[in-house]
Design a protein around this ligand. Sequence first.
Ligand SMILES: [Fe+2]
Ligand SMILES: [Fe+2]
Length: 338
Amino acid sequence: MTEAAAEAARVLRELEPSVERLLERHLDAARDWLPHRYVPWGAGRDYDGPLGGTAWAPEQSALPRAVQDALVVNLLTEDNLPSYHFEIATRFGRDGAWGAWVHRWTAEEDRHAAVLRAYVHARRAVDPVALEELRMRHVGTGFRSDLPTPLHSLAYVTVQELATRQAHRNAGAACGDAAGQKLMARIAADENLHMVFYRDLFADALALFPDAAVTALTDVLVDFEMPGATIPGFRARAARIAASGIYNLDVHLEYVVAPLLRALKVATLPGLGPDGERARERLQRHVGQLSAQAARARELFARMNTDGHTDSHTGRSAGRRTDRHTADTAGREQEAQV
Ligand SMILES: [Fe+2]
Ligand SMILES: [Fe+2]
């Protein structure tokens, strides 16, 4: 066994009691739910092909363009679950408390793509042929994180679950469809509990291995990219999603990075050696850069707004902060707080 492999095994072993405790807490807090109850089946009708129904056409979708983009990105991201399962099963293990968490998490996640796809098909929300072609390409490519240590993997999933919660929550709030909002808020509530599990596990990691954990968190936040970034055509969709305020740097900073650093008490973390201190300073510089980037992006959206660029479906202004705050309040009401 190499030194790195032995260290990885030690980290996982020392965190296992925390996994056991947090899994028990998760099982107490998680509310079971039935995906089929969230799909507006009555709105559906047969498609062309073997059933001889009606082919999809763009005017059939009542959802704003940016929400369509967000649904495609969020759904394809959920679709890659087999790759994520492989990643965490091989990194965290399939035995003991880690294995129990990995399998439970996979079972919960498996609902998300299935129910979102049923929703978009029933509502004719996006082109189902293009969606299926994208799914084949995206899942066919797979996802691998190539992160160097288990602490990096833990930091990544913590940030990713929180970012995903926010993406689902805000897409639901902006969709203008009560069924869609209920469904996406329900999925966001799952992602919230996943984030809470990983965040509190990471807090224990910071206490046990302060230097290595703060370095891992810094590395991950500095390079953070959503797993959906490899979706074909992601950049153009991400730009429209950002301009609509569903997910952009402001959201990332205000609802993901800042609350996480606050909850983990990174600024006042005791027991850091020189490596940990350097990582924390690097993280503080990164947050400063992120704020400056977010401010520039906000100016751009404001210019787009005064230039008269509005969403073609809703007439809504680009980048409105109020949408996001309304989404946050609505989403929080549905999420079990731990
Ligand atoms: Fe999910
Ligand atoms: Fe999740």
